[in-house]
Design a protein around this ligand. Sequence first.
Ligand code: NAP
Ligand code: MG
Length: 498
Amino acid sequence: MSSASAAPQKYQLFIDGQFVDSESGKTFKTPNPATGDTLAEVAEADKADIDKAVGAARRAFEGKWSKLSARDRGRLLYKLSQLIEQHSADLAALETADNGKPIKESLYVDLPQVVENFEYFAGWATKIEGETIPVPGKMFNYTLREPIGVCGQIIPWNFPLLMAAWKLAPALAAGNTVVLKPAEQTPVGAMELAKLIQEAGFPEGVVNIVPGYGETAGAALASHPGIDKIAFTGSTEVGKLIAKSAADNLTKVSLELGGKAPNIVFADSDIEQAVAGAMMGIFYNQGQVCCAGSRLFVEESVKDEFLGKLSDKAGKIAVGDPMNKSTQMGPQVSEEQLNRIKGYVDIAREEGATVVAGGATPQLEGAFQKGYFFSPTIFAEVKNSMRVAQEEIFGPVVSVISFKDEDDLIKQANDTIYGLSAGIWTKDITRAHRFAKEIKAGVIWINTYNMFNAASPFGGYKQSGYGREMGRHALDLYTQVKSVWVDLSGRPIGWFGK
Ligand code: NAP
Ligand code: MG
C-alpha cells in the first residue's frame, strides 16, 4: 500500500484481473486539492478499454463467477472487508489526499462504512432466495432470483471509496460482474481497492476498474450494448444523459442523483442540538454531499437566535490541512467546484440574499494557499424561489429561509425538483411524524442528520433518482426474478390434447 505523502503514484487500469496500461497509452493526473500538487498519474480508459473490460466481465459472468457457490461469493466479500479494515489507515490517508476531506472523516466515517457495506452484503450472498407461489390446480410455481449480468457502475468524487462499496458490494453479493468507473477527480481509492480485490482472490474479470473521463469512458460504458445494467451516482444532469443512452439498449438503470434537502428547525426544538445538526447537515465533507441540508428552514420566532448561534459556530470551524486530525473542513475537491461555489455567492447577492458568514476563501498559509478552500458560508434572507435555494451548489453554503406557517412550510419544503432527504428538528412527536409522511423524499432524519447504515435503504424521490441502495432493497437493483411453472398432474393441458 502506498503512502499519501510519497512522490506521485502511478496507477494502471484493472481489467480481467490484471493491471494494464490503457490501449491509447494515455494517462491523466489527479491533484491533491489541499495543495494543487499532483498526487497520482493514472491510466486513462476510453472506449477500447471499456470494450475489453465489458468482455472480461461477460466471460467471468458466464464462466467462473456463476459456478461459484453463494457461500464462496460471500466469503470473498467478507475477506475483502477484512483486507480493507486492515489497510484502513493507509486507505483513509489516500482518500484524504485525493479528495480533500478531513482525515477524521476518512478514517472514522468513510472507511468503517466501506468495511460495513462489504461485510453486510457478504452476509446476503447466501440469503438471496426465490419463493413458492400458491397457484391453483395441479401446478407448482416457484421463482428464482438471479443476477442481472454485467453491471456498469459510474461513481462520483465526494465519497470515492464509499460509493465504490455501495455499488460493488450488492452487485457482487447477487452474483453479477462489474465494470466500475471512478470519477476523474478521485480515482486513487478505487485503484487501491482493485489491489485488495486481487489479493482477496476474486476470479479475474469479476471486477474491472477503469478510471477515465465521463464524456469518454463514462459515456462508452453507459451506452455499451454488452452491459445489462447501469448504476450511476452523480449530478441530475448527467443522470438524465445516462437514462437516455440506456434507453437505446433498454439497459436497466438505477440513479442516485442530486438533492436540495430541507432541514427544518421548529421553535420548540432543542436549539443547541438543531444548530449542531444544521452544521453537520451542510458543512460535513465541505458540503459536497447529495443529501446535504442546504435549505435551512427556521421558524421565524427563533430565527435571530438560531442564526446568531449558527454564524458564530460556522466562523469557528477549523478549515485547513485535511491531514491534521483537528481539521473540521478541508478543501473542495477541485478548482472547478471552488469556482462554481464562488459563482453562487455572486448569484445570492444579486438575488438579494445577505451573506452572514463566510462567502470567500479563507486565509491559509504555505502550500495550502494553492488549495481549493472555501469558508463555511451562510446566506440569510433567502426565498425558496431563488436560484440558491433551488440549485444544488455542492459546497459549504447554506440558504436560510424563515417560515411562520406549517402548511406553507410543507409546500415550500416540497417545492423543489429534488427529493433525496429532509431533516426535522422538533420535540413534538406528532408533528415530526406528520412531516416524515408529508415530505416527498427518500430519507427523513428526525432530530438527527446524515445517519447511514449498510442495512438501511438510501435513494431519491422525484429527480433525485430511482432505486434504493443499501439494505435488502439494493438487491432488487442487482437481481431479476424468473417464474418457473411445473405441471404436477401428468395430463395433457387444455383442449388441444383431447
Ligand atoms: P457528474 O458529472 O455527474 O459526475 C459523476 C460521474 O459521472 C463521474 O464519474 C463522471 O466522470 C461521470 N460522467 C460525467 N459525464 C458523463 C457522461 N456524459 N456519461 C457517463 N458518465 C459521465 O458530477 P460532477 O461534474 O463531478 O459534479 C457536478 C455536480 O454534480 C456537483 O456540483 C453536484 O451538484 C453534483 N454531484 C452530485 C453527486 C451526488 O452524490 N448526488 C456527486 C457528485 C456531484 P468524470 O468525473 O470523469 O467527469
Ligand atoms: Mg484528486
